[in-house]
Design a protein around this ligand. Structure first.
Ligand code: ATP
Ligand code: MG
Length: 321
């Protein structure tokens, strides 16, 4: 765990350059170190070489500044906790449910169950540990206006929770732009400091980014902002031992599709979203209520598939006894 160092705390860059970086939401040393050098060169007016050597310098400084910290044992234990999805088959390929201290991405086409899984996790995080929960609260960042109190009450009732109470344990914010979404992640971080939050869900991660940066020439700027946002989510997960999940749309991978090989669908956002420690789960529709989940990218989970159902009660196994 490290403290964030803001660029304006250091005597490294002239003030006008810092201001220009701030306009692009590049505020901290980490923001700078992880941004694309070409893009930084554009923003700062430095050459790419200068940017790269500054990045190297800062990377070393960050590594040195890493501080040793003590944690109480309950927090260490909490790191190993997982939240059940409601389907034991899906839990199994996730390594026992959605993990705290980690980022999990659910990607897939419309109707594949991304939002339903996010709702279900907001309910299940409230369950006692013996039933696969953390007895904790949830934060839901809604970018598409899909949050449905009725649906969540339905799932809560089926899970044996008091529906009204379940709604009171879910903090919701509806965001209408990229700017608001970035803010929401920062507010969520603070909320996790004050409240016993076990899950932060973002549904969906990329919709606003896609809408606000539709043109090819904007891709670099979009990717930098998206990378910063994912890094903020990552900080929530690791600093607060919270399970962070986000949903993602897919676009057709034209090359793979036309050549008849590989995956037809690709999650939006490419490699930046696929942070090296993010579990990426691809969902697809099967017959009726049935959906298939597949682990396509993960630091330690094998690539496996599991079927599950979306029922009136929520996410369930194919057979429920
Ligand atoms: N109350 C309900 N009872 C049973 N099934 C439901 C209920 N509500 C939603 N579903 C199922 O969930 C599906 C929608 O899934 P979901 O909203 O999670 O899709 P999504 O992947 O988020 O799609 P999008 O990309 O459009 O946001 C519906 O097609 C339906 O099959
Ligand atoms: Mg959805």
């Amino acid at each position: 765990m490290r403290r964030e160092v803001r660029l304006d705390e250091l005597d490294l860059l002239p003030e006008d350059v810092i201001r220009r970086l701030e306009e692009k939401d590049i505020l901290t040393v980490e923001d700078f170190v992880y941004a694309d050098p070409k893009y930084l060169a554009e923003v700062t007016g430095m050459t790419e070489k200068e940017v790269e050597s500054l990045q190297d310098e800062l990377r070393d400084a960050v590594a040195e500044a890493d501080e040793v910290e003590f944690r109480t044992l309950d927090r260490v234990e909490r790191e190993r906790d997982r939240i059940t999805t409601g389907s034991s088959a899906l839990d199994e390929i996730l390594g026992g449910g959605v993990g705290c201290g980690e980022l999990t991405e659910f990607a897939g086409p419309f109707g594949s169950g991304k939002t339903q899984i996010a709702f279900q996790l907001c309910v299940n995080v409230q369950l006692p540990e013996s039933e696969g929960g953390l007895e904790a609260k949830a934060v839901f960042i809604d970018t598409e206006g899909t949050i449905s109190p009725q649906r969540i009450k339905q799932m809560a009732q089926a899970a044996g929770l008091d529906p009204g109470e379940a709604l009171r344990n879910i903090y919701v914010t509806q965001v209408g732009s990229v700017e608001e979404q970035l803010q929401a992640a920062k507010r969520a971080y603070e909320l996790c400091e004050r409240e016993d939050v076990g899950l932060v869900a973002v549904d969906s991660l990329t919709a606003h980014f896609r809408a606000e940066f539709p043109r090819l020439k904007d891709v670099k700027e979009r990717q930098t902002m998206l990378a910063n946002h994912v890094k903020d989510l990552w900080k929530i997960a690791t600093d607060h031992d919270v399970a962070v999940v986000f949903t993602n749309q897919v676009h057709v991978d034209v090359e793979a599709a036309t050549k008849g090989r590989g995956r037809k669908y690709e999650p939006v956002g490419g490699t930046i979203v696929a942070h090296q420690a993010t579990h990426r789960i691809m969902l697809r529709r099967a017959k009726g209520e049935v959906r298939i989940a597949r682990v396509i990218d993960s630091p330690y989970l094998p690539q496996r598939e599991a079927p599950f159902r979306i029922t009136k009660e929520g996410i369930r196994d194919l057979q429920t006894e």
